[in-house]
Design a binder for this molecule. Structure first.
Ligand SMILES: [Zn+2]
Length: 439
């Protein structure tokens, strides 16, 4: 439920991420789940008044690629290559229940909210359980029911039909946006891609998929279909707007131009790519994609390949990895990385008009960082963006609003009792991670 009263947050250090990227000391007025005003001094009295001098306020992060229910699987498939990793994941997937998917989603959502992330784009099956977790904890979820070839899935029924039913069930929810996702070219044949696209167009929802994550996946597609993945998908007539492709590590110059021309956004997941050594020394060509006009957004991927969901940590790593790889300290500067985690992430989801900025008319999804936290002291207008990208730690997050509703305060989740939830999640994790379950 949105809070219908008004709230004024006064005197904070504001990192607006608006079109001028304004950073200044000022007030924010929230009403009916929306940001009504952002100004140096807002007149009048709100229903709730907060002296926010000790806070930096910024838009909440939008994490554009996760498998949130895998928060239960951290530390179960480390230090191995992509296809061995996938083998373990698929073995666990086959044994998962609605109960442990919901527990995993709740755990992942808790980690995200407490790290300043207010929205995320997810790919999994059993997304009803993820949607329920989002509603319970208060985070904004863009949830993609994963579609793959019916003959290899562990889902009951036909995946694309499951996706269609999921969309029907959750279409009218305020904080849950259902959509269609696809595992990737190694698990989906042409008919599967086209049926997913047809469904997305019919329902006017996003498409989300893994693309060119590993060299093996690209070579295998070339061998099997005579084309690299983006060219093959284009030849099917698949590529287009309202699509978010995760990874894009192995892209040629021609493919970069193709994705930009078709309006496909790319979710950059540097931790996952580096941990699985997907790039083998390379990295998603963020600079070239941006130069070609593509939208590139930040993402963590899942807790089984990251192994966390911190967008602060991911921004830090992205900025450093690109500088190192290109021998160029000016590569991926802090303001660009912050854009990728906020306004560009919103744009990737087609929500650039109401998410990702601290500006009038935008949803009140925002984060208050404690300026006295050692990782942020001293922060002022001049170094606020740099400090967020390079220095801030998750526990500098003090308060989080989603849709104007306070969901975190003083680092405590407000909509549920974590002291009660944690032992329950531990019990469910123990059953799922029993050695016999891991195969
Ligand atoms: Zn993924």
């Amino acid at each position: 439920m949105a809070d219908h009263s008004s709230t004024a947050l006064r005197g904070a250090l504001l990192v607006t991420q608006d079109d001028e990227r304004k950073v200044f000391r000022g007030d924010v007025l929230l009403r009916d789940g929306t940001i009504e005003q952002v100004a140096p001094a807002i007149k009048g009295k709100a229903d709730h008044e907060l002296d926010a001098h000790r806070y930096l306020i910024a838009p909440g992060f939008v994490n554009t690629h996760t498998h949130i229910a895998n928060a239960l699987l951290k530390g179960t498939a480390d230090d191995r290559g992509f296809f061995q990793f996938l083998e373990t994941m698929f073995a666990v997937d086959a044994k998962r229940t609605e109960e442990d998917i919901e527990a995993g989603a709740l755990l992942g959502a808790a980690e995200m909210l407490l790290g300043g992330t207010t929205g995320f784009l997810d790919m999994y099956y059993g997304e009803d359980a993820v949607a329920r977790a989002c509603e319970r904890i208060g985070i904004r979820g863009f949830l993609g029911w994963v579609v793959l070839d019916p003959e290899i899935t562990t889902q009951k029924g036909v995946p694309v039909e499951n996706a269609a039913h999921f969309i029907t069930r959750w279409k009218k929810h305020e904080r849950v946006s259902p959509l269609v996702s696809l595992q990737g070219v190694y698990a989906c044949k042409d008919d599967t891609w086209l049926k997913a696209k047809e469904l997305a167009e019919r329902e006017k929802v996003l498409l989300h998929y893994h693309l060119s994550e590993t060299r093996g996946e690209v070579q295998e597609n070339e061998k099997k279909r005579g084309k690299r993945p983006p060219e093959w998908l284009d030849s099917l007539g698949f590529l287009g707007r309202h699509q978010v492709a995760a990874h894009g590590v192995w892209l040629t110059t021609r493919e970069i131009e193709l994705l930009a021309r078709k309006g496909v956004a790319v979710a950059h997941c540097p931790s996952s790519n580096m941990k699985l050594a997907s790039g083998g020394g390379g990295i998603c060509p963020v600079t070239e994609l941006r130069a070609a006009g593509a939208t590139v957004a930040m993402a963590t991927d899942s807790s089984s390949s990251n192994n966390g969901l911190s967008m602060l940590r991911e921004m830090h790593l992205a900025a450093l990895a690109h500088k190192q790889q290109r021998h160029d300290p000016e590569s991926l500067p802090a303001p660009v990385v912050l854009d990728m985690a906020t306004r560009d992430a919103a744009k990737a989801l087609g929500r650039e008009r109401d998410l990702g900025q601290l500006a009038p008319g935008f949803k009140a999804d925002l984060v208050l960082y404690d300026l006295s936290h050692p990782s942020l002291l001293p922060t002022r207008v001049e170094n606020a963006v740099s400090n967020l990208v390079y220095s801030a730690q998750d526990d500098a997050v003090h308060t989080v609003y989603v849709q104007g509703e306070k969901v975190v305060e003083a680092r405590r989740l407000l909509k549920l009792d974590w002291e009660k939830e944690a032992p329950n999640i531990e019990r469910i994790a123990s059953a799922l991670l029993h050695p016999a379950s891991l195969g």
